[in-house]
Ligand binder design. Structure first.
Ligand code: C2G
Length: 135
C-alpha cells in the first residue's frame, strides 16, 4: 500500500484544496492529511481560522480522497511523521516549492503540485466583502 501525506490548514475548505487532495491521492492508495491545529495556526502560522480544528477535521474526513487526518502541531514533525506513518510520498502545493526537499533524506518522494489559480481563503473573504458593499 502506497502512503501519501500532505499538510495544511484547509480553512475555509474550497475547490483548490479539494483539487490538491484529489491529485495527491493519485500518488498512492492511502492519503493522510496533517491538519494544522488551532494553536499551531495562531502561534506559528499567524493564521486565524474560521472553523476550529474539530470542524476542519470533520470536513476533511468527509472528502473521498482522505483516509486519515492527524494533527500538525509544529513545523518540525515532518521528519518523524515520514517514519511514524510509513510514508512513500510527501505532497504539497508549489507555493512551497523546494521548502521540503530535505524530506528526500528520509527516503520519501517529494512532490509539489501546481496550486489552483484564483482561489484562496483571502480571495473568498475579499469577494464576500465586495458583494456586501455592492448591496
Ligand atoms: N492549495 C492549492 N491551491 C489553492 C490553495 C491552496 O493547491 N488555490 C494547496 C496549498 O498549496 C497546500 C494545501 O492546498 O498544499 C493547503 O493549503 P493551506 O491550508 O493554505 O496550507 P498552508 O497554510 O500553506 O500549510 O507545514 C505545511 C503547512 O502546514 C502548509
Amino acid at each position: 500500500m502506497k502512503r501519501v501525506i500532505t499538510y495544511g490548514t484547509f480553512d475555509l475548505l474550497h475547490y483548490g484544496h479539494i483539487n490538491l487532495l484529489k491529485r495527491a491521492k493519485e500518488y498512492g492508495d492511502y492519503l493522510i492529511v496533517a491538519l494544522s491545529t488551532d494553536e499551531f495556526n495562531k502561534n506559528a502560522k499567524n493564521k486565524v481560522c474560521y472553523f476550529d480544528y474539530e470542524k476542519r477535521k470533520a470536513l476533511l474526513e468527509a472528502v473521498r480522497y482522505v483516509d486519515l487526518v492527524i494533527p500538525e502541531e509544529n513545523w518540525d514533525q515532518k521528519r518523524s511523521d515520514m517514519h511514524l506513518y510509513h510514508i512513500d510520498t510527501f505532497v504539497m502545493g508549489n507555493d512551497w516549492e523546494g521548502k521540503f526537499d530535505f524530506l528526500k533524506d528520509e527516503g520519501v518522494d517529494v512532490v509539489y503540485l501546481t496550486r489552483t489559480p484564483e482561489i484562496s481563503t483571502t480571495q473568498i473573504k475579499l469577494d464576500l466583502q465586495e458583494k456586501e458593499e455592492k448591496k
